[in-house]
Design a protein around this ligand. Structure first.
Ligand SMILES: *Cc1c(COP(=O)(O)O)cnc(C)c1O
Length: 425
């Protein structure tokens, strides 16, 4: 199946007489005939459901669709993108371990890593995604367990050189995790470039309608845990809480990572997506290919308009010819990048705030990547906890406006931006 078809058909095939749409299994618990039947589930000896804190059929249908879209072997849904990134990293790295991460990642992820996970004893080295080979090499330590980056950084719009970071990670015997939220599998499939684990904030384009917060983790099934058994004891040595099963042996390369994250992290931390939300997410996924294409075409027109406007100081959009990341984007995302553009209004921070006040169609919202056009001033909102140095290191200029181009008619979006810019003195 081609990607557009997978958006509709993958993950759930109803049998004779069953509902065409995925059923919402709105149940915390599941019934069994014998204790023995249920015991097999607790031993991970049989597949099935017993409690919706760990797994739910609705979620699994939707996760299977996302796995198919990414070309992975297994996937799980989480309650948010934050939970997805936390689980993906914590499934590999615990106290005393270390992770190499791109410095230009989403502010929430940066905070998760740099503050919360450090408090849990996981250390991070943040590297500029365009750093020299020497700097990248120097970031690795003997206790490094993973490398992390974002396909298109939110909000810096830096395109991550997936192949380069995958080579570096693999040379050190660790997997590359890529947050593919902005590109979506419609525009980029990181597994095709050597990435091992993909994460998503499904809150963004995948849901696409401002309806539900959620996340997903997908395993490529390509990373050979057993070949680096000493680095990943959680996957390659017996788990006493499941009668000594070893995930990498019992579930193989394709299943070990997601099974461990479900059996241990979902069990203990319970950050599962509600089945109702998974249902809404599936509705979003059905139109994902159509919407993402429109987001990209609209954003390309809007970026070209901004670039030629005298009151605009600079424009970053990897889909704009001449952009610093245009060539790299062409390699990884030949059909388009995303709907998010960042730019500076001439006159700096004050002019940017003034401009935003006059917008009528584009609303001010912390959100991005959905049907409605919206704007945000990151330095005074999402990134306000960062110092000026951290802002610059994260690719966020203090005068930056982040514009998420929706799927309205591009002419209406441009007219709104134009009248607002006219009013900036
Ligand atoms: C929004 C976002 C997240 C966090 O996702 P939530 O669903 O808000 O928890 C993580 N990564 C990226 C790239 C994002 O844009």
């Amino acid at each position: 199946m081609k990607t557009e078809t997978k958006c509709i058909e993958a993950g759930y095939q109803p049998k004779n007489g069953e509902s065409r749409m995925i059923p919402i299994v709105q149940s915390t618990t599941f019934k069994y005939d014998t204790s023995e039947d249920m015991g097999k589930l607790f031993d991970l000896e049989a597949e099935g459901y017993f409690y919706s804190r760990l797994q739910n059929p609705t979620n699994d249908y939707v996760a299977a669709k996302i796995a198919a879209l990414e070309g992975g072997t297994a996937a799980m849904l989480t309650s948010s993108g934050q939970a997805a990134n936390f689980f993906a990293v914590f499934n590999l790295a615990g106290q005393g371990d270390h992770v190499v991460a791109s410095s230009t990642i989403y502010g929430g992820t940066y905070n998760l890593f740099n503050v919360t996970m450090r408090r849990m004893g996981v250390d991070f080295t943040f590297v500029d995604p365009d750093c020299s080979d020497e700097e990248l090499e120097a970031a690795f330590r003997p206790n490094t367990k993973a490398v992390f980056g974002e396909t298109i950084a939110n909000p810096a719009l830096i395109v991550f050189d997936i192949e380069r970071f995958a080579h570096a990670a693999h040379a050190h015997g660790v997997p590359l995790i890529v947050d593919n939220t902005f590109a979506t599998p419609i525009n980029c499939r990181p597994f095709e470039w050597g990435c091992d684990i993909v994460t998503h904030s499904t809150t963004k384009y995948m849901d696409g309608h401002d309806a539900t917060v959620g996340g997903a983790i997908v395993d490529s099934g390509k990373f050979d845990w057993m070949a680096h058994a000493d680095k990943f004891p959680g996957l390659t040595t017996p788990d006493a809480s499941y009668h000594g099963i070893t995930y990498a042996e019992k579930f193989g390369q394709g299943g070990a990572f997601i099974t461990k994250a479900t059996a241990q992290l979902m069990r203990d931390l319970g950050s599962i997506q509600a089945p109702m939300n998974a249902y809404f997410l599936n509705l979003g996924l059905e139109s994902l290919a159509v919407r993402v294409e429109r987001h990209c075409r609209n954003a390309e027109k809007v970026a070209a308009f901004l670039q030629n406007h005298e009151k605009i100081a600079w424009v970053n959009y990897p889909g704009l010819p001449g952009d610093k990341y245009y060539e790299r984007a062409k390699k990884y995302m030949p059909n388009g990048t995303c709907g998010v553009i960042s730019f500076g209004v001439a006159g700096g921070r004050k002019a940017a705030e003034e401009f935003m006040k006059h917008l009528k169609l584009a609303i001010i919202a912390t959100h991005v990547a959905d049907a409605h056009t919206c704007v945000l001033h990151p330095a005074s909102s999402t990134h306000r906890q960062l110092t000026d140095e951290e802002l610059v290191a994260g690719g966020v200029a203090p005068d930056m406006v982040r514009l998420s181009v929706g799927i309205e008619n591009a002419d209406d979006i441009i007219a709104d931006l134009s009248q607002a810019l006219d009013q900036v003195k």
